[in-house]
Design a protein around this ligand. Structure first.
Ligand SMILES: Cc1cc2nc3c(=O)[nH]c(=O)nc-3n(C[C@H](O)[C@H](O)[C@H](O)COP(=O)(O)OP(=O)(O)OC[C@H]3O[C@@H](n4cnc5c(N)ncnc54)[C@H](O)[C@@H]3O)c2cc1C
Length: 380
């Protein structure tokens, strides 16, 4: 077993870190104020290989893979967690297209997504409930050479900043009830719905997509009719949850750095508070959460690269990292005393960002269902 990153991965981390520290901060104040994603960053991120990290080179990506993706998202999230939130859903879209698309679909859509012409969307959640995928009401019906879509998708990342969407809709009943479609923003009957005003991850756009007799060419069916549940679940398990674990990792890195910096600068009783044992207990907690979350997230990225199943590992990495991010941001605030709840200090934003990671990609309760099943089969 080898835990050492390759020279290529270390170089990737270094270059993304340098880029993120220089390019993202100028946008952060506006992101907090307006809740808008900085679309100006889409192309520069693509030029850094971020958008196409899991897209093969023949379709315009860099094909660096899923461990590389976790590293990239972690580094972006260390500077601003809203950016990897947005990018990780973009990757869910490109991954679904790559795994399930035919050659024509891949040639048509992947190069533009990988090279920064637009961001991607993977929309599963209906207003009727995100955890119960099979209960969705958005429907699609084949009429001649078109599918007619009706319904609404909610809480969708990149909804208002994307032209290319993978939409999961109901086409039948039973085990094969769902299908997936590649939908363009400008197809007839497609509309943008409300834009959400979130407490955290404010710079990641979240909104509704509305379909009123929307017309989708039959050739935009992704995979076969009835593949929708598989496409949604593989997107969530192999890309979405590792992606959210990486957003959590970014928050953990930032919480540790902010906490240590403040604890070294703030003095009490004539010494930096970092010398106080209770402050060190908080720091030890953040440090431990970061190290464990990183091990779990990197393992999933590596396993996806090997083509292994990651149902339990992915739920574990996601739920652990996101819950740890909430815990650690809270600890960082404690270390800051009253400064921690002042807007000029980053730690209050980190807690707001961390709370928003909990439902995205599947709630902690849903993760426990997956982990409960894994526990039962591991011990039987
Ligand atoms: C920032 C953000 C970005 C998102 N981006 C996307 C996106 O790009 N695409 C997309 O499709 N969706 C997206 N979502 C939606 C997200 O996946 C759902 O919100 C999530 O799956 C939960 O669904 P829900 O909000 O409808 O809650 P519900 O499913 O209604 O759950 C409500 C509560 O009931 C609990 N619960 C549900 N079922 C069970 C059960 N069987 N046992 C125990 N408890 C249960 C849940 O854990 C939760 O506490 C995003 C959400 C957020 C916050």
């Amino acid at each position: 077993m080898d835990f050492k990153l390759s020279d290529r991965e270390e170089l990737l981390r270094k270059s993304i870190r340098e880029w993120a520290e220089k390019e993202i901060p100028p946008y952060m104040e506006a992101m907090e104020e307006t809740g808008e994603f900085p679309v100006e960053l889409i192309k520069p991120m693509a030029d850094m290989g971020i958008n196409g990290v899991v897209t093969p080179q023949e379709y315009g990506g860099t094909g660096m893979g899923h461990l590389a993706r976790v590293i990239v998202l972690e580094e972006l999230g260390r500077v601003c967690p809203a950016i990897p939130m947005s990018m990780q859903v973009h990757h869910m879209c490109t991954y679904a297209l790559d795994v399930f698309g035919n050659d024509e679909q891949k040639k048509k859509y992947l190069p533009g997504l990988a090279q920064g012409e637009t961001l991607g969307v993977l929309a599963v959640t209906d207003p009727s409930g995100g955890s119960d995928l099979a209960g969705m009401q958005t429907s699609a019906k084949l009429e001649g050479d078109k599918y007619i879509l009706n319904g609404r998708k909610c809480f969708i990342t990149n909804a208002h900043v994307s032209d290319t969407w993978v939409i999961i809709a109901k086409t039948g009943e039973g085990r094969k009830a769902l299908s997936a479609f590649i939908v363009e923003k400008d197809f007839p009957g497609v509309k943008l719905g409300r834009k959400e005003d979130k407490v955290g991850l404010r710079g990641a756009n979240t909104g509704e997509l509305v379909f009123q007799d929307a017309e989708v060419p039959a050739e935009n069916l992704l995979g076969q009719e009835g593949d929708g549940m598989t496409i949604a679940l593989r997107g969530i398990v192999e890309c979405g949850r590792p992606g959210m674990a990486s957003v959590g990792l970014g928050i953990l890195n930032a919480s540790l750095e902010e906490a240590v910096k403040f604890a070294n600068e703030r003095t009490a009783y004539g010494q930096p508070i970092s010398r106080l044992q209770q402050i060190q207990v908080h720091l030890a907690g953040i440090y431990s959460d970061l190290e464990l979350a990183r091990l779990a997230a990197y393992r999933v990225g590596w396993m996806v690269d090997q083509g292994m199943r990651v149902d339990a590992e992915s739920a574990l990495a996601k739920s652990f990292a996101c819950e740890a991010a909430v815990r650690s941001a809270r600890r960082a605030i404690e270390i800051h005393g009253s400064y921690g709840i002042m807007k000029e200090y980053a730690v209050q934003r980190l807690l707001r960002d961390a709370v928003v990671t909990i439902p995205a990609g599947g709630t902690s309760e849903i993760a426990k269902i997956v982990l409960g099943r894994a526990a039962l089969s591991a011990a039987s």
